[in-house]
Design a protein around this ligand. Structure first.
Ligand code: NAP
Length: 474
């Protein structure tokens, strides 16, 4: 493996302490990666502070061109990044290529946004003063990313931060640090100056991040991961009143109304469930199907799920790779056992295979009870849990009955009715007759305990900017 050390100030740094990265398909060690400590964090903060002074002073167009070049370079090397993603995360080739493409698109989108940090000038209604509003880079940003999208969850933060004029320090997930490290030479080639983007893998995660969040130069903490860790970071961020961007857990409901087009509903549910083999905050977690169409829906979904080929993601004929680690696989198996104990029927899958690799087969459960753990918590695996409903009001209530509010999916042939249901769902995003909402051009994020702030869209860059208002007379 080429890049396994810390990346600080545009240079690679070895450390005495290192940790192993495992290929989830074979359980073999694929790399030994440097583990950052507090002194490394201080070096990265110094480098970021120095780099940001120059970067923030560049014109938006200059920043935009570096980001555009990053998109071009990454797009030319999608296979390379997809290969790395599969190696350390396990996901199948199609998912990995999809992620690499999505990750690269954030550079293109924010290259376009970098030159559109609109301000405003207006007359104060009473005083006669002018109100001038502009957005300025917020300051150094600490970015913490999860293992389920080793490239995209990083670029979704790096690209807007750089577009805004900020320098960043990234703490990638310990399961999957290699993709982010491999992105650094590409960013150098694109023209990112030393110190502007620093990467600190670490096994001392809590202490390292906490230290950075208490450095007065840091102004933004942008986190994607579990709601539990997000809560801890919000508490730490409170000490310096940092600007938080929190992309946390989900518990996405899929609502299939009686008038849904069956092909569209099956296609959309497959995508919402099986993109990234269910290891996504946006993954369909609870599937509510109208009782009059539930039997046909379950049969067709089971046919599709059973036809998927499970295996090592580096084999191009494979649809579903292994889960990221043994804990994740065991958690999925426990969800299925709990649902079955509470009355669910296994339509397909449901058994952990023998042998190496953290595999779990695509599984369909029907007759899942409302109190099953998989209805209350994120499954984060390839298990489709189907429940039925009779009444629209009832299903809206059940869909909203969770602490999460990231994304919901609605399938209906009646657009007016579907939009009425969408508006009643307390979610930051809704897929209407679609199983995919993620798009660099759209504001991604959740309500309630799914997070704070939005990534992508026009909003994404504002997460890394402060609004300044000047009251002026002339
Ligand atoms: P996680 O356990 O919360 O870890 C995410 C990141 O936080 C990792 O880099 C981890 O580092 C770090 N971390 C762990 N403990 C920390 C602490 N005390 N202080 C600071 N950082 C800490 O989540 P995960 O298991 O990797 O990812 C799955 C979760 O992410 C799911 O809940 C999923 O829904 C959510 N997710 C949300 C979105 C979204 O956009 N809303 C997108 C993707 C995933 P180590 O690896 O070193 O422990």
């Amino acid at each position: 493996m080429d890049y396994t050390d810390l990346y600080i100030d545009g240079a690679w740094h070895k450390t005495a302490e290192r940790f192993d990265v495992i290929n989830p398909a074979t359980e073999e060690v694929i790399a030994s990666v440097a583990s950052a400590d507090i002194a490394d964090a201080d070096r990265a903060l110094d480098a970021a502070e120095k780099a940001m002074a120059d970067w923030a002073a560049r014109t938006p167009r200059q920043r935009s061109e570096v980001l555009r070049r990053a998109w071009e370079l990454m797009t030319a090397r999608l296979d390379h990044f997809a290969h790395l993603i599969t190696l350390e995360n396990g996901k199948a080739g199609t998912d990995a290529k999809g992620e690499a493409t999505y990750a690269a698109e954030f550079f293109r989108w924010f290259a376009e946004e970098a030159v559109r940090a609109d301000g405003m000038i207006t007359h104060a209604p009473a005083s006669g003063a002018r109100i001038l509003v502009q957005h300025k880079p917020a300051g150094l940003a600490v970015l913490i990313t999860p293992w389920n999208y080793p490239a995209a969850m990083g670029t979704r933060k790096i690209a807007p931060a750089l577009a805004a004029g900020c320098a960043v320090i990234i703490k990638p997930a310990s399961e999957t640090p290699l993709t982010m490290l491999a992105l650094m030479p590409l960013l150098e080639e694109a023209g990112v100056p030393p110190g502007l983007v620093n990467v600190l893998p670490s096994r001392k995660t809590g202490a390292l991040v906490d230290h950075m969040l208490h450095d007065p130069r840091v102004r933004v903490v942008s986190f994607t991961g579990s709601t539990g860790v997000g809560r801890k970071l919000l508490k730490s961020a409170a000490d310096q009143v940092l600007k938080p961007a929190m992309e946390l857990g989900g518990n996405a409901p899929v609502v299939v109304l009686e008038d849904a087009d069956m092909d569209t509903a099956i296609e959309g549910t497959m995508l919402a469930k099986m993109r990234n083999l269910g290891e996504a905050c946006t993954a369909a977690n609870r599937i509510y199907v109208h009782e009059n169409i539930a039997e046909a829906f379950t049969r067709r979904l089971t046919e599709r799920m059973s036809a998927l080929k499970v295996g090592d993601g580096s084999d191009p004929s494979v649809d579903v790779g292994p889960l990221v680690n043994a804990d994740t696989r065991d958690k999925v198996a426990a969800f299925v056992a709990d649902a079955v104990a509470k009355g669910a029927r296994i339509e397909c899958g449901g058994t952990v295979p023998e042998g190496k690799g953290f595999y779990y087969p695509p599984t369909v459960l029907s007759n899942v009870s409302e109190d099953a753990d998989c209805v209350q918590d994120e499954i984060f695996g390839p298990v489709a849990a189907i429940q039925t409903f009779r009444d629209q009001e009832e299903v809206i209530h059940r869909a909203n009955n969770t602490e999460y509010g990231l994304v919901a999916y609605v399938f209906s042939g009646d657009f007016k009715r579907a939009l009425q249901v969408c508006e009643r769902l307390d979610y930051g995003m809704v897929g209407l007759n679609r199983g995919l909402v993620s798009d660099p051009a759209a504001p991604f994020g959740g309500t309630k305990q799914s997070g704070l702030g939005r990534e992508g869209g026009h909003e994404g860059m504002l997460e890394f900017m402060e609004t300044q208002y000047i009251s002026a007379s002339w």
